[in-house]
Design a protein around this ligand. Structure first.
Ligand code: PSU
Ligand code: MN
Length: 303
């Protein structure tokens, strides 16, 4: 895979210093402008605070780019109507072949991070199995089963069927780790009550698992789930009501395919207002910093 890697990221990778990959679909399809751009930049700063180099990934006019600039983030984030291609595995040949802009999903970002030699990737929530549509399985879950990258996230929004999402991750052979938590985080809320495979409490423990994942050469990824910071957690019932309404509207309006997740995300955000937006930003920033600390420990072990 031909990559355009920024000088800063290239230098860090060459010296085996910690690097954290960041996705771009959350910028173009996950949050409204200008909160999306502010959050993306805040996340990059949090990665630096945590001691790693951020590498935000996107396709820029057909060039798969690792470490896009602040200007690129502003440009992608301010393009109207979600017109940037949402780039999952199947979209790369189209975006590259036709020299389009593309924002990489969790699956898309994993593919590029792996090709660049980046082991740790931070985001907010992964895709999963949709409620009421058990055959609508996000390509993120399949990618986790086939690409060795550690994805640091806050679980998945309960716009998804979380039990079926966990079942699929099990089938795909993906270990689900709770970082300071005993059950799977559900994005806006810290705990879903659903089982994880192991709890860890330090960046070092998480790094040991990731080190083993690569050493064993198993060929799949891992999920490190970090709950939203306590002071930003949403009331579970408020979140659930908005989610039920948003999923119902998606069904009523016949929204399908790659449009389902962006539609439901924007409806949930509109229905829950400022609190959910603050929670979303807070967990993205916290995940960036946590991922950086894990990547730091990993580069110590790997030396
Ligand atoms: N969940 C969120 N925010 C997001 C996404 C999911 O809370 O921005 C984005 C991620 O980029 C994820 C993608 O990879 O949506 C999943 O889309 P789909 O369900 O179509 O696979
Ligand atoms: Mn889908």
């Amino acid at each position: 895979m031909q990559l355009q890697i920024s000088e800063e990221v290239r230098a860090a990778l060459d010296d085996s210093r910690p690097v954290v990959a960041l996705e771009s679909t959350v910028i173009t399809h996950g949050l409204p402008y200008p909160q999306n751009v502010e959050t993306a930049l805040a996340m990059e700063s949090a990665v630096r605070e945590g001691g790693a180099i951020p590498a935000t990934i996107a396709v820029l006019q057909g060039q798969i780019t690792v470490g896009i600039t602040h200007d690129d983030i502003e440009r992608l984030g301010s393009i109207k109507d979600n017109s940037v291609r949402k780039c999952s595995r199947r979209d790369f040949p189209i975006a590259v072949g036709l020299k389009q802009d593309g924002a990489t999903t969790v699956a898309g970002t994993m593919i590029v991070a792996y090709a660049a030699g980046i082991k740790v990737f931070a985001t907010g929530g992964i895709g999963g199995v949709h409620r009421g549509h058990p055959f609508d399985v996000s390509a993120d879950l399949i990618e986790l089963g086939r690409t060795p990258v550690a994805v640091v996230c806050s679980g998945a929004k309960s716009i998804l069927d979380l039990p079926l999402t966990l079942e699929t991750l099990e089938t795909q052979g993906v270990p689900v780790i709770g970082y300071g938590v005993d059950s799977l985080p559900a994005f806006y809320t810290r705990e879903s009550g659903l089982p994880i495979d192991q709890r860890v409490d330090t960046p070092q423990q998480a790094a040991r698992i990731i080190q083993a994942l690569f050493a064993l050469n198993l060929g799949h990824g891992a999920l490190i789930t970090v709950p939203v910071p306590v002071e930003y957690e949403l009331d579970g019932q408020v979140a659930e009501q908005a989610i039920q309404q948003a999923v119902r509207e998606a069904d009523e309006q016949g929204i399908t395919g790659k449009h389902v997740t962006p539609f439901v995300l924007s409806r949930v955000s509109a229905l829950t207002g400022d609190r959910s937006k603050r929670a979303n930003t807070a967990l993205l920033v916290n995940n960036g910093k946590t991922a950086a600390m894990i990547a730091g420990e990993l580069s110590k072990i790997a030396l």
